[in-house]
Ligand binder design. Sequence first.
Ligand code: PGA
Length: 254
Amino acid sequence: MRKKIVAGNWKMNLTLEEAITLSKELIQAEMAASPKHVQLILCPPFPFLSGVLSTIDGSKGFALGAQNCATEASGAFTGEVAAKMLKSVGASYVILGHSERRAMYHESDEVIVKKLNQVLSNGLQPIFCCGETLAERESNKHFEIIKNQLSNALFQLNQTEFEKVIIAYEPVWAIGTGVTASAAQAQEMHQFIRSVLAEKFGTAAAENCSLLYGGSCNAANAKELFSNADVDGGLIGGASLKAKDFLTIANSFS
Ligand code: PGA
């Protein structure tokens, strides 16, 4: 059975103090209304990982994720953060291939594959993001684009490695825009992703893979999005910075 997951991508927001306050609010609210069978993942900026972990430690519902990692294992790479370091501070997940990194930091599929290898060889689970731009959707290329993103990166993994991967479908036109994909658009693409995965890794592995939706998912629309058969949760940006909204989203599974 695939896991239901709601992950908060805090991006480059908050100070340490604010990050700890948010984590505390989440823990308190979660104790009051614990979302059943949902894995919650908090992905704060690197400097806050340890602090957030000490706050959420011991709370069964929460796990820690990072937003990125280096392509290399260690060495003279000033400013980079290795997957092994993330593991050593208690992270369990790493977001990879986010469209902001693909677009603003020119991360190619090759770079993402190197990062996937680092994450997996250090016993972490990748949250692999894919998504098309508005122009690509409008020119009816969205299925082709997603298939390429999946095959150029994930098809480089072996079966055991693939089975650790979580996928987030995040249409670029929906990220941070307030324009979310409709429930039907999300379901259509998730179903397509699962069929692409099934061709390569088999039906059972595809069925077991958690497929998250991301892009202006919020407390008001999560229920409708999560009601789809192939939507197993969300990768939440803006709405993950408010404890109440994040927990409402986590409680949106029917
Ligand atoms: P958003 O971001 O929820 O603010 O649209 C989602 C993401 O980028 O992961």
